[in-house]
Design a protein around this ligand. Structure first.
Ligand code: T46
Length: 138
């Protein structure tokens, strides 16, 4: 299973750098929600769920963290450490985030509004739901 990265363009001049994120241009879906997490403990994991429909792009806009992606058949781990390298987290991908640096700010761009019913929170449930599905991430 190969991670899908989204490289964002930097618009830089003498004043500094700017990165723009636009629906259906550099983010491959119509985005409806942005949230970010920070003040993270390096020893605790977050995520540990999949989404039924929600697609997301993850970006460490400061610091770094590790993402585990699991399609139910294969797993891969990715270190995110650039504010211009997004990671696509498709629907039906179990994901966990860990090894946060003290300064990490993880920004998530989501295709859907927050909906607890979209979460698959038990790993065994997730495995049951993906048992007959081939890898959706390539
Ligand atoms: C995900 C990973 C990468 C809201 O009220 N609105 C929101 O938009 C979100 C994202 C969360 N919440 C509430 C739900 C919980 O009471 O915030 C609390 C913490 O959420 P959670 O435990 O799901 O946080 P993470 O960091 O484990 O997961 C989050 C997202 O929830 C999830 O969709 O893919 O980041």
């Amino acid at each position: 299973m190969k991670p899908i990265f989204i490289d964002l363009k930097i618009i830089a001049d003498a004043r500094g750098s700017l990165v723009a994120i636009e629906s259906l241009k550099n983010v491959p879906f119509d985005m409806q929600r942005v949230y970010f997490i920070f003040g993270l403990s390096p020893s605790l994991r977050r995520g540990q769920h999949a989404h039924k429909k929600n697609k997301q792009v993850a970006l460490c806009i400061q610091g770094q963290c590790t993402f585990l992606l699991d399609d139910g058949h294969q797993k891969t781990e990715v270190i995110l450490k650039s504010p211009t390298q997004g990671l696509l987290v498709n629907e039906m991908i179990w994901h966990e985030m860990f090894d946060f640096s003290a300064d990490c700010i993880l920004m998530m761009i989501a295709s859907d509004m927050y909906d607890e019913l979209d979460y698959i929170r038990g790993y065994n449930n997730f495995l049951r739901m993906t048992k007959d599905v081939h890898s959706p991430i390539g």
